[in-house]
Design a protein around this ligand. Sequence first.
Ligand code: EPZ
Length: 429
Amino acid sequence: MDRIRIKGGRRLHGSIPISGAKNATLPLMIASLLTEETLVLDNVPRLADVGQLQRILGNHGVDVMVGGKRPGETPYDGQTLHISAARIVDTTAPYDLVSKMRASFWVIAPLVARMGQARVSMPGGCAIGTRPVDLLIMALARLGADIEIDGGYVIARAKNGLKGGEINFPKVTVGGTHTAIMAASLARGTTVIENAAREPEVKDVADCLNQMGAKISGAGTSRVIVEGVSRLSGARHRVLPDRIETGTYAMAVAMAGGDVLLENARPDLLQAGLDVLAEAGAEISATNAGIRVARNGAGIAPVEVVTAPFPGFPTDLQAQLMALMTCAKGTSHITETIFENRFMHVQELVRLGAHIQLNGECATIEGVGKLTGAPVMATDLRASVSLVIAALAAEGETMVNRVYHLDRGFERLEDKLSACGAAIERIAG
Ligand code: EPZ
């Protein structure tokens, strides 16, 4: 298994190109199942999760053609996928594929909406929480699907097609909102979704679906209205920049010190995160090319943060912020409200010399003068990158093990950081 070795203490200078968003790319690729025409996606990141989803779509009969290199393209430019679900030959998503990537469960929506049936494996457990899919199933049932749970599979049937209805989510769910919007796009009549997720990735998928001929209004707000249509066409759509990758590198610059331009990054996608970084002492400025992040001289100030659905502080940046706060001048509190088990990085940060106390969903981080490098273990995608951030400031060498977690969501991480002066390298396993 690959590992990543980091020698800490180097400041970061230069620019980092931000890739397309993983959490928009996955639902966009799944939305291709709604039409027999070709969906072309530009700015697609080269990630393990994207590759896994290609295999899952392939199992349904979907052809995915990766566009070749174009003149002037750099290795950092996203790839273009030409996705054609002209003929869906299998409406089952098997356990061995779905269990590797939870978001693949969302294929249930376009399959039942277009084909009138779907048999999709339940995703199973996850390191960061129980993560049930009861609200996704509730949404499909509200659109008239007959639901059966059998042998670890959810079987959804709607032989006369889905029918528009009212969906009121008791809690904000990103996956539930994607599922409801995709299914409602081909349902007969109007669907009203209350307490919908407002994440920018939800808006990006709705924008793409509207390009494909759907009639969706209010995406990005908590009330979404979908007028069902009988069929959707192909389209070409550019994936929006990854706000979590943006926030991650911004935290890395704040941790190591320096001055870096995050190219293609958009401040409107991450205002809550940028506000916290400014509070912590980083200089943040928006430019035409992206977002400039700098910390020179000033120490890191402690913060009080509670994770929340968009536009609140994203749970997917919680671990990275905790790493930054390990070296703050004072005591911080971070409360995780979205996932019940998203503190797996705490004991690994403590191995680097951090002082962190956990009390239920709240972590108290007492800043220390310095961290010291050590071997650490990655446990999930965002936890693993928090260890990289801590290691950038730690004295001596840190070895991060099981970096396959990182490859799921960060494209060319060690190249992007070493281009800015970090002493970081991948050790092939
Ligand atoms: C999406 O997961 C993201 N994944 C997650 O990013 C992100 O952390 C999460 O949204 C919250 O922002 C993708 O976009 C691929 P939810 P999702 O449904 O849709 C509970 C990363 O690191 N819930 O909004 O699965 C659930 O357990 C990943 O890139 C139910 O109870 O998250 C959680 O506590 C990690 N029943 C809360 O709602 C349901 O049916 C929010 O989950 C569905 C969810």
